[in-house]
Design a protein around this ligand. Structure first.
Ligand code: BES
Ligand code: MN
Ligand code: ZN
Length: 496
């Protein structure tokens, strides 16, 4: 999608889109169109159910007096309550409305009608919405006919003060690139994206100035990340750990550590999963995709913070070399783990990453992201990630960032009572705590690897990394969940 900004001018376009607020509040451009068409806009509204609600559209085809193939009235809802997110969704819905319409170019007149967001910012958010809504993963479609592909490929954002809008959008375009990267990674099949190739995708971030270190199995073994390596033992693919460093902050600022589960395919291992739906486990690297996408965003917009991204890339397969239920493995921390269920592999990957990142980089805060448990989907569905945190300020920061970005989190409990479920007969802990409170016992497992009360938050994103239904700025498929959330957390809490 080609996105441009310009000041209002009378230029021709396939689709001229104007804003209408709730109860048919016409924006100035909609008013002007009504005048230019001799009142056709108001007559069309009167003859329809269109009232200016968010998501509503009314199209006037080739109206006389207007230099456009169609005039589109696009509902904003109550303009006095329109936030940055409202303008993102407004534009995302416009993309959805026009994508297959035959129009190749659309002009969006952004006017806030007295709403709380500065017009230039509303325009930048509209551009962001278009960029994310127009995402498609189509590299493996070879037989699509032109009329099955989206027609719309140019969006001209027209706003008074377009230069300000353009500069407001510049950092947002970097965040969008991070979301797109995460979506691409989550969408790739596991025969294409496995630890080695996912590590190569990380290496590409050096173009943004990220310092990328890829560790092979010999190096991981030398460090002693044995619970991570144990998960990958059954796979023909070698495991990798990738550390991505962005040093945009002051030299004396301790970094924020972002830690991602990157299981490129999760069969369950010897504790094998049922066949139905197993293909979904190609996106069991969603946590790592969020971290990689966030690093892309943060580096792209040159965030003034020091951030370490670390991802553990493994494939969980059954084979003669696979780890067995009952195996006892010594983690990097020195704590021993009895592997009761090889399908509870994410925590085995994360625990070693947590120890390594703490001992090597002394972070001031840690956020890990993982498609960790099916139980979090039972609990929260697909509308919130589960948030587990040892630190209230960090939890509040994530909750606020979730609200403002539209990537919400819901805080879940931690506690001694739950931790007991991890007691093992022969080792320091088991890797599963039973069915009850399965997401919480998984979080308790991770918590055992946090040292010196370092502020830590764990996001269980199993219900969020992939979506079966399209939303205004998130087409169905890989969502890129977490990129905007982490980027905003860094911007709001750790920059300046
Ligand atoms: N990757 C899965 C969790 C998952 C399930 C993610 C569905 C996305 C959708 C994880 O590795 C797993 O298998 N968890 C087990 C844990 C159990 C064995 C304690 C689960 O949730 O069943
Ligand atoms: Mn599993
Ligand atoms: Zn998994």
């Amino acid at each position: 999608m080609q996105i441009t900004f310009s000041d209002p001018a009378d230029s021709s376009t396939d689709a001229m889109v104007v804003a209408v607020g709730a109860d048919c509040l016409l924006s100035p451009a909609a008013e002007a169109a009504d005048r230019a068409t001799g009142g056709a806009v108001r007559r069309a509204i009167a003859a329809s159910r269109f009232s200016g609600k968010a998501g509503q559209f009314l199209d006037l085809m080739a109206p006389a007096g207007i230099n456009a193939g169609r005039l589109v009235l696009a509902g904003v809802g109550a303009s006095a309550d329109a936030t940055a997110r409202t303008w993102q969704d407004w534009a995302g819905n416009i993309y959805g409305h026009l994508a297959g319409s035959g129009a190749t170019a659309a002009t969006l007149r952004v006017e806030t009608m007295g709403g709380p967001v500065a017009e230039a910012d509303a325009a930048a958010n509209a551009a962001f919405g278009i960029a994310l809504a127009s995402y498609r993963f189509d590299r493996y479609r070879t037989t699509e006919k032109p009329d099955q592909k989206p027609s719309l490929n140019q969006a001209a954002i027209m706003v008074a003060g377009s230069a300000a809008a353009q500069s407001a959008y510049a950092p947002m375009a970097e965040v969008a690139a991070g979301v797109v990267l995460a979506r691409d990674l989550v969408s790739e099949p596991a025969n294409v994206l496995y630890p080695e190739t996912l590590a190569e995708r990380c290496t590409a971030l050096s173009a943004q100035g990220v310092d990328v270190e890829v560790m092979d199995e010999a190096r991981i073994d030398a460090i002693g990340m044995r619970t991570l390596l144990a998960v990958g033992m059954g796979s023909a693919r070698d495991s990798r750990v990738v550390v991505m460093r962005w040093n945009g902050g002051p030299d004396d600022q301790a970094p924020i550590a972002l830690v991602g589960k990157g299981v490129t395919f999760d069969t369950g291992g010897i504790s094998i999963k049922p066949a139905a739906g197993m293909e979904d486990m190609k996106w069991d690297m969603g946590g790592s995709a969020s971290v990689i996408g966030a690093m892309r965003a943060i580096a792209g917009r040159k965030a003034k913070a020091n951030v370490i991204g670390i991802v553990g890339l493994v494939e969980n397969m059954p084979s003669a070399n696979a780890q067995r239920p009952g195996d006892v493995v010594t983690s990097l921390s020195g704590q021993t783990v009895e592997v009761i269920n090889t399908d509870a592999e994410g925590r085995l990957v994360l625990c070693d990453l947590l120890t390594y990142v703490q001992r090597t980089y002394k972070p001031q805060a840690i956020v890990d992201l993982a498609t960790l448990t099916g139980a979090i989907i039972v609990g929260l569905g697909h509308h919130n990630a589960g948030l587990f945190a040892s630190d209230d300020a960090l939890a509040d920061g994530l909750t606020a960032a979730g609200k403002s970005t539209g990537e919400p989190v819901w805080r879940m409990p931690l506690g001694e009572e739950y931790d007991k479920a991890l007691k093992s007969q022969i080792a320091d802990m088991k890797n599963v705590g039973g069915r009850d409170g399965g997401s919480i016992t998984a979080a308790q497992f991770l918590k055992r690897f946090i040292e010196n009360d370092t502020p830590w938050a764990h996001l269980d994103i199993a219900g969020m990394a992939w979506s079966g239904e399209s939303k205004p700025i998130t087409p169905k498929g890989g969502t890129g969940y977490g990129v905007r959330l982490l980027d905003r957390l860094i911007a709001d809490r750790y920059e300046q």
